[in-house]
Structures are given as C-alpha cells and as structure tokens.
Design a protein around this ligand. Structure first.
Ligand SMILES: [Zn+2]
Ligand SMILES: [Zn+2]
Length: 304
C-alpha cells in the first residue's frame, strides 16, 4: 500500500496545475466544458445533481487556502500541532514499552498527504478509504495515522470540504454542517475503523497524543484523566467518534479540564495555597491561555 500511495501522490503531483494561458482561455471560452479538474462541475448523487468546486483548487499559497477554508466555516484552521507526526511515532515507541503494548505496529501515513496548496481535493478521501480497508480487523496489531500540519491542511480540509458538499448535496448545506464541527487534526485507522480527532487533541504535546492514542488499544481505559476530578479527558465509543472535553495542559505534563482548573484556583485561593497539580503537586502558573473550544466532538469519518 505504501508503494501504491507514493505512486498516487507522484501521479497527482504531475497533474498539478501548470495551466498555460492557452489552456486557460480555452476552458473559459467553452461554456459547456465541465472539466472536473479545473472547473466547477456537476456530480450526480443519487437523484440529485450537486455542483462541486474544481478537483484542483486555484489556491496558489497556503494563506490563500486558509482564507478559503475559514470562509467555508472550518474553525481554527491554523491551529496545527507544534510537533511533527514523526515526534508522535517516537513517543509511541517509548510509551508502548511502558504500557506492554510493544507488539503494536504503527505506521505514519502523513508523508503521503500532499503539501502543495493546489493539491487535488479527491485524494485525501480516496486515501482515507483505502487505509481504512488496509488496516482491517484481519490485522489487529497494525494501526496507522496521519496528522494535519500547516503544509498539508489545504489537501486535507479541501478534501473534507468536497466530501461534505457531496454528502450533504450542496455547498450551502455543507457549509452549515462544517460550521458546527471541530476541525479535524488527525485520523487513525485500526481494525477497519477510522478514528477522527479534533484539533484540541494536538494542542498539548506529542507525548500526550501518544498516550491518548495508546488508550484505544489498552484495557486500562482512560488513564489520561483530569488530575482534579479524575474523570477522562476524552471518551470514545469504538465507532470512530472521539469526544474531547476542553482541557488545559499543566507544566508537569498532566491535563486538567478547564472548568476544574478554575475551581482548583478558587479552592486554593480560599485556603491560602498556591495552585498546584493534584497528581504530582507541582505548582501551576496562572492560567492565561484562552479556551480553544467548548466541549467538542470529532468529525465522523466520511465515505464518498
Ligand atoms: Zn476535571
Ligand atoms: Zn502534575
């Protein structure tokens, strides 16, 4: 599959727009020409004709893509992790040993996602569906993931936008759904299930991400709990929907619900104590970072 994906990426790379002035004028002079690569076109979805944007966007820079995606309703498009998918893979190897999960094999698929702002918008969903099939129930010890980065955001969110337009049969309906969704930060494929993680998931550290990912494979569910109330920082129902409650990281690499952080501060103040982590007693600096989201739910996996 790795080889196949690389081939896909290479062939797509060759189709990236290098549109000459002649081709451009031809396309725009022919009112009936519906080239799905470069112009808006119609796709038959069941009994409905759906107008969809070109497969190859005319986004020439990442900032251009971010502006379009934000306008389309995606929140916090620029909220990408400060670490790389390779950092997560390295953290996973260390944590796997600690958790007795060394038999699991993780594959980092992030390098297969194009980083060009003009990357095709049908690619990520095709790859995603292929990966869901590849990392099937027949291979319980193998799992794979990709992470969204500043570079691959146009390909990922552009692809998700197209999928929503097809799924909800039109741009207006897609837009109103997308406005209510947290923006995905990562997908994980395991036993034929695609898990989608919201952006808040990657606003901590590679180590924290690795620990949460491993919880999907561990019987000690929800080890990553709030150090104040000991309730989980996230939940999942096994079908691919991950719920992450709003939390804040602590310098000691623990996590705390935002509401618990506020309560702790009030309690400590009332007793004349400095706010500290209830798990390891390390002192907590004043919390000033604005909240990222209210309680959020990940995007369900899309099949188009
Ligand atoms: Zn809590
Ligand atoms: Zn702590």
């Amino acid at each position: 599959m790795g080889k196949q994906s690389r081939r896909t990426r290479t062939s797509v790379g060759k189709q990236q727009p290098s549109q000459s002035a002649l081709v451009h004028s031809f396309l725009h002079a022919a009112p009936d020409a519906e080239d799905p690569d470069t112009s808006e076109h119609t796709v038959r979805c069941g009994t409905v004709d759906v107008r969809v944007p070109p497969l190859i966007p005319n986004w020439t820079a990442h900032a251009h893509a971010v502006a379009h995606l934000t306008e389309f309703g995606w929140q916090n498009v620029e909220q990408t992790p400060t670490f790389s998918s390779a950092d997560v893979l390295a953290a996973l190897v260390d944590e796997q040993r600690r958790h007795g999960l060394a038999h699991l094999q993780f594959v980092d698929l992030t390098p297969h996602i194009p980083v060009d702002p003009g990357a095709r918008h049908d690619l990520v969903i095709q790859l995603s569906n292929g990966w869901q099939r590849e990392f099937s129930a027949a291979q319980p010890h193998r799992a794979a993931f990709y992470f969204r980065s500043a570079e691959n955001t146009p390909a990922i969110l552009g692809g998700f936008t197209r999928a929503h337009i097809l799924q909800y049969k039109g741009a207006d309906a897609a837009r109103s759904v997308i406005r209510t969704l947290p923006t995905p930060a990562a997908q994980l494929f395991h036993r034929g299930v695609t898990y989608s993680f919201p952006s808040i998931f990657t606003q901590h550290s590679a180590l924290f991400v690795a620990r949460i990912l491993l919880q999907l494979f561990s019987d000690d569910a929800y080890e990553e709990t709030c150090t104040a109330c000991r309730r989980p920082l996230y939940t999942h129902d096994g079908s691919g929907t991950i719920q992450v409650r709003e939390f804040v990281p602590t310098p000691c690499k623990h996590g705390m619900h935002l509401s618990c952080r506020h309560t702790l501060e009030e309690h400590c103040q009332a007793y004349g104590l400095a706010p500290h982590c209830l798990q390891c007693t390390e002192l907590l600096p004043p919390y000033t970072v604005p909240p990222l989201h209210a309680d959020v739910v990940s995007t369900p996996s899309l099949k188009v």
